[in-house]
Design a protein around this ligand. Structure first.
Ligand SMILES: *Cc1c(COP(=O)(O)O)cnc(C)c1O
Length: 390
């Protein structure tokens, strides 16, 4: 963990400045303004390891430090974050904070990798799982009795359901459960779960933080020194470490995250309005739409609505697939949060919960011109439902 002089007052600096200014090297004349990539498996001076020594490349790498510093500051945490080999490595590390045989409350529409991992943990560690409809705060609170961990995503992937994070984190605290929030969809620019009462925040930095669909990396952030020490120990012993090049690329991506999210969120809001009026679309879920079930909650706890939409295509899975095949500019591919717009029918994955509609297409809006994005979508949708075009 690198001490950083800036860490005591990041609260004074706006998040869209922090993405640029956090994690910079000290200002030394003639020295670079960016940290270098450090490639090493070991460090001089490991004869008698003292606390603070780096010792070995699986324990620490100087290329992780500025990214961890920046992520900690962005989440308004008291400590730097921890970076991992992937979002799932971060998820697994955070879930390891629940003891063997623990009771875990988790949204029924969580990221399917998290749900699959939970299925493994049920078999291997006796984890008891309670699936929650997180749009129903009272029902979710009622599952917390005897729980050890409340796992949250908000908005959920891919249903875009919004949880009342403050109420649920308070309920979990009262029940003696840790609250972990997977903040991948929102990023710390739009939502800071630690400020809303969560104990731990998880990210797939593969998505918005990296932002260019060219790196896989994860992160965990907490303000609790004991939790951080447990997470770091888990990372070291499981070897779930980020490569230095991946850490460097992710910090480079982070520098433009505010611009990317501003642009893609504005386009997402426009596309959500237009899609809602298209006859080939049954329904649109986007928290930024005033009629969306999550709108009021998202407006209260987020600084924007993000750039993921879920649309249900009239005519079922087959029509949804035909629409995807007809797209020329949008890329039919999994993942999200990159500069390029991606579209995917989520139920093509066998691991996706069956309560996710077969005809649901998740749209990750990128930074292209919004009219080009709309024209491509409209052309593909018009071909499904000929008639008066929107
Ligand atoms: C992609 C994703 C993950 C997993 O991250 P990887 O980097 O792919 O391992 C976890 N949670 C959410 C919400 C995601 O979208």
């Amino acid at each position: 963990m690198q001490p950083n002089a800036d860490h005591s007052h990041p609260g004074d600096i706006a998040p869209d400045t922090l993405v640029v200014s956090a994690g910079r090297p000290p200002r030394v004349t003639d020295q670079p303004v960016n940290h270098p990539i450090v490639l090493t498996s070991t460090y001089f001076g490991a004869v008698a390891p003292e606390e603070g020594e780096r010792v070995y490349g699986r324990y620490s790498n100087p290329t992780w430090d500025p990214l961890e510093e920046a992520l900690g500051q962005l989440e308004r945490a008291a400590l730097p974050g921890l970076v991992y080999a992937s979002g799932m490595a971060a998820v697994a590390s955070a879930m390891s904070l629940a003891p063997a045989g623990a009771v875990l409350v988790i949204p029924r529409h969580s990221y399917n990798g998290s749900l699959s991992l939970v299925q493994d943990l049920i078999v291997r560690t006796g984890l008891e799982v309670r699936l929650a409809d997180i749009e129903d705060t009272e029902a979710t609170l009622s599952l917390l009795d005897g729980a050890d961990m409340l796992w949250l995503e908000s908005p959920t992937n891919p249903m875009l359901e919004v949880a009342d994070l403050r109420a649920l984190a308070a309920g979990a605290r009262a029940a003696g459960a840790l609250t972990v929030v997977d903040n991948t969809f929102s990023t710390p620019l739009l939502q800071r779960p630690l400020e809303l009462g969560a104990d731990v925040v998880v990210h797939s930095a593969t998505k918005y933080i990296g932002g260019h669909s060219d790196v896989v990396l994860g992160a965990v952030v907490t303000s609790d020194p004991q939790l951080r020490a447990s997470l770091q120990r888990h990372r070291t012993l499981h070897g779930a470490i980020a490569g230095p090049f991946e850490a460097w690329l992710t910090l480079r991506g982070l520098r433009t995250m505010a611009l990317r999210i501003d642009r893609s969120s504005a386009s997402a809001a426009e596309l959500a309005r237009r899609l809602a009026d298209h006859p080939a679309i049954e329904s649109v879920r986007y928290p930024g739409l005033p009629g969306d079930p999550g709108h009021a909650r998202a407006a209260a706890q987020m600084d924007g609505f993000g750039s993921i939409l879920a649309v249900c295509v009239a005519g079922g899975a087959e029509a949804a697939e035909r629409m995807l095949t007809a797209l020329r500019l949008w890329t039919p591919a999994t993942s999200l949060g990159g500069v390029e717009s991606l579209a995917e029918r989520r139920r093509r994955h066998a691991s996706e919960p069956e309560s996710v509609p077969e005809n649901l297409v998740r749209l990750s809006v990128g930074i292209e011109n919004v009219e080009d994005l709309w024209n491509d979508l409209r052309r593909a949708l018009d071909a499904l439902a000929p008639g008066p075009a929107a």
